[in-house]
Design a protein around this ligand. Structure first.
Ligand code: ZN
Length: 372
């Protein structure tokens, strides 16, 4: 018997090469006084200038965003939205810009500081400004999820803020915008998309529509990531990876991620690994770990991705990581044997409970030892 399930995806999605040119008409439907959000590195880029110019003379700009967006970036954006009486937000960039904008759209209308909602547990009430999200990377899926990962540096707390009011109103996904991504970012974000597909599929909360999205997203990553990495101007590969990121985002936003993402948080915060590289570090090991528990369901995922079974899928993930220059051993990022107990302890984020096979500290230590 299939458990009860609910599917929803409230974000309106516009996808395709050149689709950013529809932006002025889309934004006009939502408001007349836009604020354009992009991080400091992106703002001088031709893509950002083009998008900002297309929004007309009323548009203001905001770029004061930390690389891992902090609650302070959110507060600064929310404050500018209020002071300049903005009525629609247009965010361009990777996960940092989009997540900052998602949180600020809600907090600008609800008042208070981001910390009250992020660290202190105050619930968002659902009011927010409309947001148009335009990704320039292909991996986070942030353009279609209700999740904003924010850092509170004083409390040393990096955690997701999750609420339905954080879904972007419209996602404009133009693969041409991802052409300027450096190869390393292409690699990291591409493996993040694959991790979303696989974790959404094997989450305890999996459901049929997200399963179908996950299978297609995983297949797209294997078909297109190496080409996007080695030939950055290959628009077919860029389009395939943008679609993989979109479908991967839709595959996990309801079931949520599991053990791979739980382990990625301390790997990112302690060893400064980019999020996608941190997910990739344990992905093939967890495919092996979960294979038997998943049984035929796992075989269906592996076959959809182009491989015979879960063990072959794990081997293919390992080879893919190596093809795009990502580390596959913990030692490569500075983890020592003596760090493992503490790393195990820090890895038991609540997402670990979504893993299809329950994980004990001893089993996780053995898994880490196997990739040390
Ligand atoms: Zn992720």
């Amino acid at each position: 018997m299939t458990p009860l399930w609910t599917y929803k995806q409230p974000t309106e999605i516009h996808f395709g090469l050149g689709v950013r040119r529809a932006l002025p008409d889309l934004v006009c439907r939502l408001g007349r006084r836009p604020i354009f959000v992009a991080d400091r590195g992106m703002m001088p880029h031709a893509n950002a200038r083009e998008v900002l110019a297309s929004l007309g003379p009323e548009a203001q700009a905001f770029s004061d965003i930390d690389p891992n967006p902090t609650i302070h970036s959110v507060d600064a954006l929310a404050s500018q939205i209020r002071q300049q009486d903005r009525d629609v937000v247009v965010a361009l960039g990777g996960g940092s810009s989009l997540d900052c904008a998602k949180a600020a759209c809600a907090i600008a209308l609800q008042g208070g500081t981001a910390r009250r909602y992020h660290s202190e547990g105050l619930a968002l009430d659902g009011c927010r400004l409309p947001l148009v999200a335009i990704p320039t990377t292909a991996g986070t899926g942030s353009e279609v999820t209700p999740i904003a990962v924010l850092d509170d540096p004083e409390k040393q707390r990096k955690a997701p803020l999750v609420h339905d009011s954080l879904f972007p109103t419209i996602a404009v996904i133009d693969p041409e915008l991802s052409v300027s991504m450096p190869p390393f970012v292409t690699a990291c974000t591409g493996l993040d998309a694959l991790a979303h597909a696989i974790e959404g599929y094997w989450s305890k909360n999996h459901q049929p529509i997200c399963d179908a999205l996950a299978c297609e997203a995983a297949a797209l990553v294997f078909r297109h990531l190496v080409s996007a990495f080695t030939a950055p101007n290959d628009l077919e590969a860029r389009e395939g990876m943008s679609l993989a990121a979109l479908m991967g985002g839709m595959a996990f936003q309801l079931p949520k991620n599991a053990a791979v993402h739980a382990c990625s948080f301390p790997l990112s915060s302690r060893y400064h690994m980019p999020h996608g590289a941190a997910c990739a570090m344990t992905l093939d090991a967890f495919i092996r770990f979960n294979a038997e528990t998943l049984g035929k369901r796992g075989v269906r995922l592996a076959r959809a991705a182009g491989y015979g079974d879960m063990l072959a899928l794990a081997e293919a993930v390992l080879q893919l990581k190596q093809s795009v220059g990502l580390p596959s051993h913990l030692r490569e990022v500075g983890v020592c044997e003596s760090d493992l107990d503490s790393l195990v302890e820090a890895s038991f984020h609540p997402l670990m409970n979504n893993n299809p096979r329950s994980v004990t500290p001893q089993e996780l230590r053995a898994l880490y030892e196997s990739i040390l």
